[in-house]
Design a protein. Sequence first.
Length: 533
Amino acid sequence: MTGAPTTKPNGAGWYKSSVKVDFTCTDPQLADGTAGSGVATCPTSELLDGDGAGQSVDSGPAADLAGNSGAGKTVGGIDIDGTAPSTTVNNTCTKVNGWCTGSTASVVITATDQAGLSGVKEIHYQVDGGAEQVAPGASTTVSVPLSGSGAGTVTYWAVDNAGNVEKANSSALKWDNIAPAVTHTLTPAANAGGWNSGDTTVHFAATDDDKGSGVDATTVTPDVTVRDETAGRTITGSATDGAGNTGTDKVTVKLDRTAPTITGAVTTGAKGDNGWYTGPVTVTFTCTDGLSGVATCPDPVVLSDNGANSASGTVTDQAGNTASATVSGINIDQEKPTLTAANVNVADGKFTLGSVPKATCTARDEVSGIDSCTVTVTGGTANGVGTFSWTATAKDKAGNTTTITGSYTVIYRFDGFLQPINDTAHQVGTSTSVFKAGSTVPAKFQLKRADGSVVQATVAPVWLTPLKGSAMSVPVDETVYTVSVDSGSSYRYDATAQQYIYNWKTPSTGGNYYRIGVRFDDGQTYYVNIGLR
């Protein structure tokens, strides 16, 4: 009789389920070589169930037809392991509040099998559903990369030498290597140049990565208010997340609450009199700031309007503080006074000696007003007659001047030729004197001032050669004079009679009118007509 399992164990010699052992019986030949009686009974199959190593099965006896029986059969060395191994896991990482940090986490997987059974053959695992990995033996360490922040799962199971496969287990990991993002806001916000001009509050806020552990609100730096002026104070804020990562942010607060300074002054302009300017004036502004610096300073202002002017400017510093200045009291008069000949009392006048008024003028100025108007006179003769030139100058209060020139004449008072000549131009009710031809005619006259007082010319009056005129037939009506004849070109002065005289020897032929004349040093010429018969 023989016995053996109906199935073969695995390569490691282990079964992982019940083992059926079948028995086979044969009746050996007799001694004479003939066949035996044959098997009458043979033990039935035995089923070996239960885990264990080196198990055996004993059969009952076998009998032949002759009644012979054989001892039972023991079939041993049967190893059965029908129980899967079990695993435990230990996640090793730098951990805060259940969150891993660092570059990797070590997941240690340890498997055990029941004592005395087949033992652990290998461990299988997957990281986040990736490719299945196999590690021989009962323990392995899985290195899980911890990039950024996130969560992952290690799935694992063990297989024993009998081929039992453990039901898959999983171990969850969560990690956070990203510090919170800390930001700031300024209230009020800084201007484009980064400056504030009043109390400034810095507020910090923090957010964590979407897959991260979240910000611990109690760790966010509270508001900081800057009140003192500063060219740059750095404020640092921070926040920590649940994994212990700390993020920081910093901001430089620049605070200038002091207004800049500005001054203005006239830098160019033609200065006149009495504080007036006589042309355009340039006002230039000077700006300073002791902290943030000047952002804008007014350009120079050119003032060109007549009258009272002022210029204003505003300076702004980098923080937005402003200051203004006004330069006033700038009086401009660019207009010359108005002065014409009509405003000069002697302009183009003709005056008798002794009646000439003092030369004066008047002018007009619509801006600063007239300061003075003066007239100077030159020319004439030593005794005050002739042509005089005048220069009139008007000056306004700003010093602008207008000058014009002109002339006037001063003449002697001439009352006409004296007797024996009738001067019909000056003597009312007289007729033209007719003298005997060939006789001597005394031409006489006086020069006077306006008041009638007799004066003597600076230059002797000029005798003008008589001109023959039209024919006449009027009889002689004047006395024949026998006086010495004058032959020069000038009248002579008779100091006794206080008169000028010229004795003209008339032509011997008569029958015509003649014009006698005189020219004075005042520029005047006078004529009188006589007849010769």
